[in-house]
Ligand binder design. Structure first.
Ligand code: HEM
Length: 153
């Protein structure tokens, strides 16, 4: 499970890099009225791929790393513990919403008329990116704090 945790930790950075790249493309495209290009498509495709891998790793951690057992034992106790509530309810739920927004966003951008693509990308990927940022267990998040980088030990 340590390997999955290391990967889950590292992929967060790939998501943040490709998410930021996607948003820079969307907002600069919107402002300069530039045509939607294959570079725009590539940045949000990688954003989506890393979100997909992260969801898979997150689900493995959730079902194998005692979190699911705690949930089965009773949600009353889970909700009383800040750490358990964060990882079992808030983190997973918010990240799944973000993952859905990234997928719905890709379809919406694909279907949109040429002059609306950057706007759709900015809205869908922007909200997903915000949800991801606020749901990461950053080192300053008191009881749920996790390291910025993790390696095998
Ligand atoms: C964009 C999506 C996500 C990001 C950026 C993200 C990020 C992170 C980070 C940075 C950690 C701390 C890793 C460490 O301790 O080194 C973590 C832990 C965790 N994540 Fe995620 N996560 C995402 C999605 C999910 C999803 C969808 C689930 C499950 C449904 C999930 C379940 C977990 C669990 C259970 C832990 C605690 C692991 C443990 O200590 O056992 N994550 N996540």
């Amino acid at each position: 499970m340590q390997a999955i945790l290391v990967i889950h930790n590292l992929i967060r950075w790939a998501i943040l890099v490709f998410g930021a790249w996607t948003l820079i493309n969307a907002f600069t495209g919107l402002i300069s009225k530039r045509a939607y290009s294959s570079a725009d498509n590539k940045s949000n495709l990688f954003f989506m791929i890393f979100c997909d891998i992260q969801l898979l790793m997150g689900l493995i951690l959730f079902f194998s790393n005692s979190w699911f057992d705690k949930m089965k034992a009773g949600m009353g106790d889970v909700m009383k513990s800040t750490t358990d509530r964060f990882f079992i309810v808030e983190h997973g739920f918010m990240m799944i919403i973000a993952w859905i927004l990234v997928h719905v966003g890709r379809t919406a951008v694909k279907k949109a008329e040429a002059d609306k693509k950057h706007k759709k990308a900015a809205i869908f990927f922007g909200i997903a990116f915000l949800l991801i940022i606020v749901s990461i267990p950053w080192p300053n998040k008191a009881e749920v704090a996790r390291p910025l980088f993790r390696w095998f030990n």
